[in-house]
Design a binder for this molecule. Structure first.
Ligand SMILES: NC(=O)c1ccc[n+]([C@@H]2O[C@H](COP(=O)([O-])OP(=O)(O)OC[C@H]3O[C@@H](n4cnc5c(N)ncnc54)[C@H](OP(=O)(O)O)[C@@H]3O)[C@@H](O)[C@H]2O)c1
Length: 273
């Protein structure tokens, strides 16, 4: 039996993961912002901690409370997050700061608060839910992609740093999942929309509106894949979820390789003799 700490278990992927973990007999300590019908009451198997991830003090205290409650935590999942759509030029400082607070600073703070406990345990698995947008970004979500790139880089470096301490790290990059992610109440949009970006950013965001609640990926299947990754002795450091994620990541890798080759002579020209 494992004990999980998962942020954002009120709905979506976090809820699916918490349900899948409890279904196999594991214990879950999950964070929610407010009371939720998804989990009508705390019980022995599921404990809820209430707090908003944009509050740095609450983040650290939730992580501490989780370890105090459980004694030992096997898997820490940074799942909660949201998307921001719109052209970079139209975004505000407030949108930028709020997005990074929840999608980047919160998970980093959780990891920082959890590490002394995981180190003392000599074991633990940190799972950061990033996005294929953090590897192969598309138009209209530059700031969201920036947060997910940040978490991809953070996870890759952290994995090396904590491996000698017996701690594993996996960055999970889903493609589109059929959750509330694109629905009002989750996704945010930059308040202004300059007509210059109608044919580019506007076209993509309209497509996403049509995809809302009709996404290709199944969060329950995604949860099962994450469970499988956590169960192996040698878990992946990077895990893509969904055929769309696979296609986008492979196309991006090919493009990158092609461009590296094309500019290789200039790349090699800058070393000191
Ligand atoms: N769905 C996709 O297509 C997709 C694709 C790639 C990556 N992802 C990533 O997957 C993760 C889960 O998203 P989802 O698809 O499950 O979306 P979702 O259905 O909108 O659920 C988002 C979860 O994050 C929580 N949350 C958002 N802001 C928060 C805050 N300030 N403080 C605390 N909790 C907060 C929400 O809590 P409330 O219920 O209180 O709002 C909810 O539990 C996110 O990191 C997202 O970036 C999703």
């Amino acid at each position: 039996m494992k004990t999980w700490f998962i942020t954002g278990v009120s709905r979506g992927l976090g809820l699916a993961l918490a349900k899948a973990a409890t279904a196999q007999g594991d214990r879950v300590i999950g964070t929610v912002r407010q009371d939720t019908r998804s989990w009508p009451a705390d019980d022995g198997q599921v404990r809820l901690l209430r707090g908003d991830l944009s509050d740095p003090d609450r983040i650290a205290s939730m992580a501490r409370e989780a370890f105090d409650l459980a004694g030992k935590i096997d898997v820490v999942v940074n799942n909660a997050g949201y998307g921001l759509l719109g052209a970079v030029e139209d975004s505000t400082d407030e949108e930028l700061v709020s997005l990074f607070a929840v999608n980047v600073f919160a998970p980093v703070r959780i990891v920082r608060a959890a590490l002394p406990y995981l180190r003392a345990q000599g074991s633990g698995h940190i799972v950061n839910i990033t996005s294929v947008a953090g590897r192969a970004p598309s138009i209209g979500a530059a700031l969201y992609s920036a947060t997910k790139h940040a978490m991809e880089g953070f996870s890759a470096s952290l994995a090396e740093e904590v491996a000698p301490l017996g701690i594993k790290v996996t960055a999970v990059a889903p493609g589109q999942l059929r959750t509330d992610f694109l629905a009002d109440g989750s996704i945010r949009r930059s308040r202004t929309a300059d007509p210059s970006y109608k044919a580019s950013v506007g076209r993509v965001t309209s497509t996403l509106d049509r995809v809302n609640h009709n996404q290709l990926g199944d969060p329950d299947r995604a949860a099962r894949a994450i469970l499988a990754a956590v169960q192996t002795d040698k878990p992946p450091r990077h895990l893509l979820l969904g055929s769309d994620a696979l296609r986008r990541a492979c196309d991006k890798t090919e493009d990158l390789t092609r461009e590296i080759e094309l500019w290789k002579s200039w790349t090699l020209s800058t070393d000191n003799e």
